[in-house]
Ligand binder design. Structure first.
Ligand code: VG1
Ligand code: CO
Length: 544
């Protein structure tokens, strides 16, 4: 018998989960007792762990395996009966959600800082998903945070490391560690949702795609599903081997960071479709040949065409989008006569709608799309959905988007991020903006009349829980909109996100370059918040 040690500890400040889990620099997570405190707070705050099954895995970033060994020792000391760990400590976020549900686990701990860079000086993160497989709702994250502020001890077992490279079971002082094939359950689920035969025939007919795994966790999933099961040409998956520093890249699937993919899709002899995923596999970017699909349009296209995929053939109950996501999905839902829900930013707010069967598809402008098949957004799922649509309709990616614009109008959309601002400066900007809201209604700003100016507050239609101060939004008479909010996933300074959109229903004017189409609104957005004047920045850090 190994010995359980009860280790005295004192609280760390700031262990408050943000939009998606607790994210800090690796150096912070390597501080003695830092990880242990947070993990013990999870065990202490979520009932039912005794004798339970838990899922554990991460996106493979630096510190992943060390953290997993620590969490295994703590799980054994805290009465967990079985831990399902992805081989080599890997599990994508949607993959973990799938396993939690398929194996009816008590919950899962996912180690990821998603799209944030990794490596010894990069970011690390941890999040807890309860038994529905989704991100913990705020009542659970609040309870965990509260516990971190009073914690006085944690329990850990002194035991050797478990070999995570070999599939199978190991006994750790009465607790079973089961190393699982990370792809198996997930791939089986995908086969129930999409027409694999039709997609296979598409590839056999010469359809070419490029999937950029960005040296992150989707590599093994994409290689198995796209190349091995669906017959995409070998080499269709690029950067497919997970690396602990993501090849020194930024595993964020957008036009700026997925440069290898963008070069391929906008170059000579471009493949028919391109896609990329982020560090933990929950985001996706879809590209056609020389054509970029905005995430907001992607959600609307999937909504309009959902019944082409076998898993959604009976129709979808509703769709949900985060508030800053464009209103393309609302228009698609209206066309179908189904409801569209508007939630605060972060996948945790979709959970109740998915559990209650009110929403079938969900999406965010930040390259997140998903459905009720799991309780996380799911990058590869979206890629398979698009492949299924192309196979079923015989249309190209671009034609599917143009169909949307023809039916529902086009919504020009962009997000401007100002990263690493001094926190005080960003807080003051938002506070001043909030203070100015009551005077904006009815005024004309940059030639447009303001119809609504408020700070988005949400009441969950299923459980009645509320969330306030979820972003400042300014709506104009012509349907244009500007949204401002501060990021809740960064680890240094503050990031201001400004979301800008306007509808264009005239087909003759739907082919403008996005930044040009939005130029006057972008200027209004700057003027209303005084961004340049306050920050001294003359352009955003990242434009998506
Ligand atoms: C960002 C996105 C949000 C997303 C969140 C987690 O949050 O804007 O839409 O849900 O990241 O995604 P924020 O608070 O930084 O704007 V992931 O793939 O990083 O788990
Ligand atoms: Co992610």
């Amino acid at each position: 018998m190994s010995a359980i040690r009860v280790v005295p500890t004192t609280p760390f400040e700031g262990q408050k989960p943000g939009t998606s889990g607790l994210r800090k620099k690796v150096t912070v997570f390597r501080t003695p007792r830092y990880l242990e405190n947070f993990v013990q707070a999870i065990f202490d705050s979520v009932p039912g762990r005794q004798g339970a099954t838990m899922v554990l895995g991460g996106d493979g970033r630096f510190h992943n395996t060390a953290a997993i060994q620590t969490i295994l020792r703590m799980a054994a000391a805290n009465g967990i009966a079985r831990v399902l760990v992805g081989q080599n400590g890997l599990l994508s976020t949607p993959g973990a959600s799938c396993v939690i549900r398929a194996r009816q686990a008590w919950g899962g701990i996912i180690l990821s800082a998603s799209h944030n860079p990794g490596g010894p000086d990069g970011d690390f993160g941890i999040k807890f998903n309860p038994s529905n497989g989704g991100p913990a709702p705020e009542r659970i994250t609040d309870a965990i945070y509260e516990r971190t502020q009073t914690i006085g001890e944690y329990c850990i077992l002194d035991t050797p490391e478990v070999d995570l490279s070999v599939l199978g079971e190991t006994d750790v002082d009465g607790m079973v560690v089961e190393v699982i094939d990370l792809v198996a359950d997930y791939a089986a689920l995908m086969e129930t949702l999409f027409d694999f035969d039709a997609i296979r025939a598409l590839f056999q007919g010469g359809f070419r795609m490029c999937f950029d795994a960005m040296h992150a966790v989707t590599g093994p999933y994409a290689t198995e599903i796209l190349e091995n099961r669906l017959g995409a040409a070998k080499g269709s998956v690029i950067n497919g081997v997970p690396l602990d520093d993501f090849g020194e890249g930024h595993p964020d699937p957008n036009l700026v960071h997925a440069h290898d993919l963008v070069a391929a899709l906008f170059g000579d002899d471009a493949p028919d479709m391109g896609a990329a995923s982020d560090g933990d596999g929950d985001r996706n970017m879809i590209l056609g040949r020389r054509f970029y699909v905005t995430p907001s349009d992607s959600l609307a296209v999937l909504t309009l065409n959902a019944t082409h995929a076998p898993g959604y053939a009976r129709g979808i109950a509703g769709v949900a989008r985060s508030m800053p996501t464009s209103r393309a999905a609302d228009r698609a839902a209206e066309t179908l006569g189904i409801p569209c829900f508007e939630t605060p930013t972060g996948w945790k707010f979709f959970g109740t709608l998915l559990d209650a069967g009110k929403a079938t598809l969900c999406g965010e402008e930040s390259f997140g799309t998903g459905s009720d098949h799991v309780r996380e957004k799911d990058g590869l799922w979206a890629v398979l959905f698009w492949l299924n649509l192309v196979a079923a309709t015989g249309k190209t990616v671009e034609e599917l988007v143009r169909d949307l614009w023809r039916q529902c109008g086009r919504i020009y959309y962009t997000r401007h991020d100002y990263e690493d601002l001094p926190s005080g400066q960003a807080d003051t900007l938002m506070a001043d903006l909030r203070a100015s809201l009551s005077g904006l209604f009815g005024t004309v700003q940059g030639g447009r009349m303001v119809m609504l100016a408020d700070d988005f507050a949400y009441t969950d239609p299923v459980d009645g829980s509320t969330a306030a101060k979820q972003g400042v939004r300014v709506l104009f008479e012509d349907g244009a909109r500007i949204v401002y909010r501060l990021s809740g996933t960064g680890t240094a300074g503050a990031t201001l996100r400004v979301y800008i959109e306007r509808p264009e229903d005239d087909p003759a004017r739907q082919d403008l370059e996005t930044q040009a189409a939005l130029a006057d609104l972008i200027a209004t957005a700057d003027a209303l918040a005084g961004i340049q004047a306050r920050t001294g920045r003359d352009s955003p850090t990242v434009i998506t």
